[in-house]
Design a protein around this ligand. Structure first.
Ligand code: FVH
Length: 283
């Protein structure tokens, strides 16, 4: 028989997780604060979180925020349970929750889901895990029905750090794309053909330079024969002035311009974008 699984939380993501476990043949028990959510699921419904937890050795938690996880699980005996918490949290929150739930008897594994609900159970989705190695090893095959598991270390805060790093990159990318679309639509040009023909392919082409930037970062900043920061800082002024001339708020672009100028002032004018990373770190 497949491992019985409990899912706490039937929001958009919890529902997708419970559906994937049930579809893969895992006896699946669910609990949600508000009863009656996701009636289409073919699962067992518990009336309390404690009753749901008692049903399975593997407990997957996917609630809105960290506080909610701690209060929901507070006072429940977790002896013999592996608790996998896929609720978005900071690294410090994950470590605090790990401490609380380990005291209650659980083997604690934290997770960061790199997918939207529709991607769960399909190709392309992956989930970072960190925390108790034994708990993860015991259930990695069970968890693989959700998405490709990526275990990143015993520190329970690491999955969250990786998750937040990737989300930070995603918001930077979408922020840039939204600014580009504001410029285009400010001139009554259509967003869709611009995006399909130019914006997507341009971002994809630029992504190919990421490994080189990372290598420079690991090896120490080097002078570049290509796009040096002095050139980029000068050209960046045109990004800001064009935004202003087209009544587009440069609020998302301006901080990058300031950073480029700081880098040049600090003597990194001949370096490439990898030199900006150290300026962002405050310690
Ligand atoms: N949906 C997404 O695209 C992202 C993908 C990456 C991971 N995130 C994180 O997953 C967590 C859950 O997100 P969600 O999309 O399922 O969120 P909602 O649909 O809003 O459901 C929230 C669930 O949390 C329950 N809940 C809220 N407050 C409490 C509480 N005080 N006590 C107990 N449960 C609570 C809520 O229950 P109810 O409102 O139906 O009673 C839902 O089950 C989240 O960390 C994302 O950042 C999703």
């Amino acid at each position: 028989m497949k491992t019985p699984v409990t899912v706490l939380g039937l929001g958009a993501m919890g529902t997708a997780l419970a559906r994937a476990f049930a579809a893969a043949g895992h006896p699946t028990t669910v609990w949600n604060r508000t009863p009656g959510r996701s009636p289409e699921l073919d699962v067992v419904r518990a009336t309390t979180a404690a009753e749901a937890i008692a049903a399975s050795p593997l407990v997957v938690v996917c609630l809105l925020v960290d506080d909610t996880v701690r209060s929901t699980l507070d006072g429940i005996d977790l002896t013999g349970k592996t608790v996998v918490n896929l609720t978005n949290s900071t690294p410090d929150q994950a470590r605090g929750t790990a401490e609380q739930l380990t005291r209650a008897g659980a083997q604690y594994v934290d997770g960061g889901i790199m997918a939207v609900p529709a991607m769960i159970g399909g190709p392309g989705a992956f989930i970072f895990y960190s925390g108790e190695p034994e708990g993860f090893d015991k259930h990695s095959a069970d968890l693989s029905v959700l998405a490709r598991p990526e275990y990143v270390g015993a520190d329970p805060g690491l999955a969250s750090l990786y998750d937040i790093a990737l989300l930070s990159a995603m918001y930077g990318m979408f922020g840039g794309a939204q600014h580009a679309l504001a410029l285009i639509t400010s001139q009554d040009l259509a967003a869709e053909p611009f995006t399909t023909r130019f914006l997507g392919p341009w971002l994809t082409a630029m992504l190919t330079s990421l490994p080189r930037i990372a290598e420079d970062l690991d090896d120490g900043p080097a002078e570049t024969a290509g796009s040096n920061l002095s050139m980029q800082a000068a050209a960046y002024e045109n990004l800001i002035s064009t935004s202003e001339a087209h009544d587009v708020d440069p609020m998302l672009l301006a901080p990058m311009g300031e950073l480029l100028h700081r880098a040049v002032a600090a003597g990194h004018g001949k370096a490439d974008l990898s030199a900006l990373v150290s300026l962002l770190r405050t310690a």
